[in-house]
Write a protein that binds this ligand. Structure first.
Ligand SMILES: [Zn+2]
Length: 522
């Protein structure tokens, strides 16, 4: 329409501006010195450099793990990279990583990749190249991240199960709170109170017997040479570890009896906390409640503020509430959750399209297989290259051009390189064989959104809802309904993939588009 420009101010959404440059940085990850699940730094670096060379990219900086890196250093490295990306004079448009699953061993990776995308930066896997400039590619990247995170969740669950076993036995495996020391007695690990523990004992008595406000406790502690902030004091007084009890997220809300020394009796602890309960500073369970997983993610439709979630004391009833003074948007969370689940049900893909979609996804992935094949050939070349070097080395040793020392030194160097490349080769194949799983799982996602959300715990629910609705959702108290603020990317992207490949007969395509449009409005 010629007059369309007049309506521009009513337009929705904005065009993603992305300036493609050939400037990039490399980010490597090494999870442990033992290399339990991956490849060495050298192999990752080599992979990245070769990728850069093949695609004519200039690597401006390297970030990432060293063999000794712990999770904390890793986070620091990541922050360092983000800071660099923001201030560098180069127009960096890509971060090369070895594999997306590896990169996603980071909480909130979906959110993170979104943030980077806003900066005009794409994360590119050198082993699973995905074109993230089109919607289909973005969806696949999201899927890979999601698998990485699911994998993480499973690992965490496993190690949590180990921690739980110890806790049930009364053994605190990590470091104890202030006021305790860990000692070895007859080869046994024991947790005992130290000098500071005596002062903490006093804190409990001041609170329980003298009903002393925390500010007063804070003042008195300074005369003992202790500068504790009020939050810290609150945390200490609310930690039942001091009376012999253990709480831990591995215990999933349960309390266990510890074998460690008690600093105060249970009676004193409870007395101290009853006083605090009156002031609503009482014992708070840190565990997030599944019933209020939409909090903050969901906004109030009338004032566009993120809604809070809370559990009403006494009734144990979950609620969502808008925090704006005067706004009476307050609703039973179970009801709102039902509305949200109903909304997800609306996004369901009709069963009859599943086989067709499966075919579509296969086609999309086949394109990426082509680049994996590329990779395979490159690996083959590298292997031949090293074998030739080894042969040459042996020749020179035989004709006594080389000493035995040097011969062995280089031989083991080349052999090690060869091992690493072999490993890379194996990895490349694994990725290919995962293809079918990726597709099946992604379709399961699309078909069972409602069930998946309903079955998830707090974190899983949040992960799913964030992946589905980048713009969040709103709750309309007057109509008692949930609405999405943007398009549902997941569904529209699947629809677009089918559109891109044109495999659907026109009639089916139309139906599919209708399904997705209908879903968008649900
Ligand atoms: Zn409101």
């Amino acid at each position: 329409m010629e007059t369309n420009h007049l309506f521009k101010t009513f337009g929705k959404g904005s065009k993603l501006t992305r300036i493609e440059t050939n400037e990039c940085v490399v980010y490597t990850r090494v999870s442990s010195a033992k290399q339990m699940d991956g490849l060495s730094l050298d192999v990752q670096m080599k992979g990245a450099n070769e990728y850069a060379e093949r695609h004519k990219l200039i690597v401006r900086e390297y970030f990432g793990g060293t063999y000794e890196s712990a999770a904390k250093d890793e986070r620091k490295e990541f922050q360092r990279m983000l800071a660099y990306l923001k201030k560098t004079k180069y127009k960096i448009s890509k971060i090369l990583v070895y594999s997306l699953e590896r990169f996603s061993r980071n909480d909130n990776s979906i959110w993170l990749s979104m943030q980077l995308r806003k900066l005009g930066i794409e994360i590119i896997s050198t082993t699973q190249p995905i074109d993230t400039t089109n919607p289909a590619g973005v969806m696949q990247q999201k899927m890979l991240f999601m698998f990485g995170e699911m994998d993480n969740a499973l690992r965490r669950q496993k190690s949590m199960a180990g921690v739980k076993e110890h806790l049930i036995q009364g053994e605190w495996v990590t470091s104890p709170p202030v006021g305790f020391d860990v000692i070895k007695h007859n080869k046994e690990r024991k947790i005992v109170a130290n000098d500071l523990g005596l002062t903490i004992k006093k804190m409990f008595y001041w609170k329980a017997k003298e009903r002393m406000p925390n500010v007063e406790i804070q003042k008195r502690l300074t005369s003992y040479g202790l500068n504790y902030c009020l939050r810290r004091i609150g945390e200490i007084l609310a930690n039942p570890f001091y009376c012999g009890k253990m709480v831990h997220k591995a215990l999933e809300g349960e309390v266990a009896d510890g074998k460690h020394e008690k600093i105060v009796s249970e009676a004193i602890f409870l007395e101290a906390n009853n006083i605090m309960a009156e002031k609503k500073l009482g014992l708070q369970t840190k565990k997030e409640r599944t019933e209020i997983a939409l909090k903050r993610f969901m906004k109030c439709a009338s004032c566009n503020q993120p809604m809070r979630g809370y559990i009403a004391k006494g009734y144990e009833m979950p609620y969502y509430k808008c925090n704006t003074p005067g706004c009476k948007c307050n609703r039973n969370a179970n009801e709102v959750n039902n509305r949200f689940a109903g909304m997800l049900e609306g996004f369901k893909i009709d069963d009859q399209y599943i086989p067709l979609l499966k075919e579509q996804l296969f086609l999309t992935f086949q394109e990426h297989n082509a680049s994996l094949k590329d990779n395979e050939e490159m690996i083959k070349r590298q292997l031949t290259d090293i074998r030739q070097k080894l042969d040459r080395l042996e020749e020179r040793f035989i004709v006594e051009e080389l000493t035995a020392d040097l011969y062995h030194k280089y031989k083991s160097k080349f052999e090690k390189e060869m091992e690493e490349i072999e490993e890379q080769k194996a990895n490349n194949k694994i990725e290919m064989s995962k293809l079918e799983d990726y597709i099946t799982v992604s379709l399961e996602f699309a078909c069972n959104l409602r069930e998946m959300w309903a079955l998830g715990d707090y974190a899983q629910r949040q992960e799913l809802q964030n992946a589905l609705f980048e713009g969040g959702i709103v709750y309309d108290r007057k109509k008692d309904e949930c609405r999405s603020t943007g398009n549902n990317e997941f569904i529209t992207e699947i629809a677009r993939i089918s559109g891109n490949f044109g495999i659907f007969p026109t009639a089916n395509k139309k139906n599919l588009m209708l399904t997705s449009v209908g879903a968008g409005r649900a």
